[in-house]
Ligand binder design. Structure first.
Ligand code: SAM
Length: 286
């Protein structure tokens, strides 16, 4: 087994590099966590892996051994130099220097349509975890799965059952597009520098069909957002403050029809109940 801690320290020293906290740079030094990420991704030579934030290339080197192609997207030009030095000899390696939020992933995937499956793998920069995950899901990309390391607290929200007390707006958004599952917990000691929080690897298997019928998808997500704007508020207040419906009586009418109590909170609703609510509101406003 290679000594990743030694390799990471060696690379940082060789390139006179210190981790940039603003870019969420916490380098993974845990072989077992890396093996679990690779195993959960179930990689074959027919797959393209898009890796977000390869950093020094620790995880990348494992992906390159298994995948048909690895496309790595990294923002920090100091990392770009290291990645080029390490992997230019690999024919299945492509590097994109850009902010992943600005990259046209759909075009990249279409350009590589000779590969059977596209999978996303990443130890994500934590300062933009949610925007990255939502981009990957909302752009309706032709991808099969996403295996990512995120903060443990974010992971717990994502894998929570919609309608349970841990659910938040991201729970519903993710469950609409994917089936999430937990892969492994990763303690903060598995990184250098050590982050302030523990982490968890999760897998999102992208759904082929939507699990609920929506008359107005945009409204559905707007309602979810409004319902979780102020966590301790009731759903009724959330809908009014989020300017979904101004008239309290109209909301109460809908609640009655759907058998919701007046003081029900957003996190008590299942995905199906949010769909019913959204479809009823849509009837009223359209
Ligand atoms: N994959 C490496 C590892 O596991 O050790 C590094 C992971 S580190 C948590 C996150 C990486 O994402 C860093 O290399 C950082 O430079 C990169 N990054 C930060 N913001 C980014 C962005 N907007 N687009 C692409 N990469 C970004």
């Amino acid at each position: 087994m290679k000594d990743i801690l030694k390799e990471t320290k060696f690379l940082m020293k060789k390139y006179h590099l210190t981790a940039n906290k603003r870019l969420g740079q916490n380098f993974l030094i845990d072989n077992i966590a890396i093996e679990k990420i690779v195993e959960a991704s179930n990689i074959s030579c027919e797959d393209i892996i898009i890796e977000i934030g390869p950093g020094l290339g620790t995880l990348t080197s494992y992906l390159l051994e298994k995948a048909g192609k690895v496309i790595a997207i990294e923002l920090d030009d100091r990392m770009i130099g290291i990645l080029k030095d390490r992997f230019t000899l690999y024919k299945n390696f492509e590097l994109i220097q850009n902010d992943v939020l600005k990259v046209d992933l759909d075009s990249i995937i279409k350009e590589n349509s000779n590969f059977k499956t596209v999978k996303i793998v990443a130890n994500l920069p934590y300062y933009i975890t949610t925007p990255i995950i939502m981009k990957l899901l909302e752009e309706n990309l032709k991808i099969e799965s996403i295996v990512v390391m995120v903060q443990k607290e974010v992971a717990q929200r994502i894998v929570a059952i919609p309608g349970s007390k841990f659910s938040g707006a991201i729970t519903y958004s993710v469950h609409f597009y994917a089936i999430p599952s937990e892969v492994t917990l990763v303690p903060k000691t598995s990184f250098i520098p050590e982050p302030e929080v523990d982490s968890e690897v999760i897998k999102l298997d992208i759904r082929k069909n939507a699990p609920i019928v929506l008359d107005n998808k945009e409204l559905f997500f707007k309602i979810i957002k409004a319902s979780f704007m102020q966590r301790r508020k009731t759903l009724l207040n959330g809908l009014r403050n989020g300017k979904i419906l101004k008239n309290k009586e109209e909301v109460k009418e809908i609640f009655k029809k759907l058998n919701f109590t007046d003081n029900i909170r957003g996190e008590e609703l299942t995905l199906e109940q949010f769909a019913q609510l959204s479809n009823e509101v849509n009837k009223l406003i359209s």
